[in-house]
Design a protein. Sequence first.
Length: 280
Amino acid sequence: MLEELETDTARTLSDIEDKIQRYSQQLHDVKEGIQILQELLSESDQHGFLQGVALTSERIKGKIHETNLTYEDFPTSKYMGPLQYTIWKSLFQDISPVPAGLTLDPITAHQRLILSDDCTIVAYGNLHPQPLQDSPRRFDVEVSVLGSQGFDSGVHYWEVTVCEKTQWMIGLAHEAVSHKGSIQIQPARGFYCIVMHDGNQYSACTEPWTRLNVKTKLEKVGVYLDHPKGLLVFYNADDMSWLYTYREKFSGKLYPYFSPGQSHANGKNVQPLRINTVRL
């Protein structure tokens, strides 16, 4: 934007200088005409004076042009709009990977989980289990849900809001993981996750768990998957500080995994998990 502004400024200044030169030339011609008329005024022959006026008028005719300098000579309005959106849209075209527009898969959701209408928010419900049709893909013990889109190639990134919660688990699950019964969430079982537990502790779900060095309470978690390189990286999405990296030889399709944890009667952990969506 600054380069474009400098280019517009240089072009406008050049146009203004050209106009000033034309003004100066026109002023010079007019002064010459006035001098000639003043000389003719000293002559007593009125016929000669009138004839000189006609000749002088003809001489400068066509040399006087309207040359106005206006506010519109410089396109200031071009730089007075919402520059942050102009810049964001320009940057958005170069971002790779573009943040994935994920949604949750209702067919996989545990019966106590409540999904928003647009399937981007999931919360644990304290009511009786919902009378949902059972499916081989539905978790029946783990209060979990998968994303509706799986990844078997490429590079992907998404963010999940986890603020004000005291328990949650997010990551990836292999397409072949078990959805029934009590499940061990670890890489050997096809799960690659990080977890918040005990109110303010964070760990990677390895075997055994690996404690994460998190200095401040996480508000948003970024998940970066490079399937061909076998990299799954978790970030603090607020400042993009690193949390943990899984290095695996991924084969098959991987699905985003979400568990908001159980809510408690004392009001703890009632907040939902929310998939951040990117809109222009």
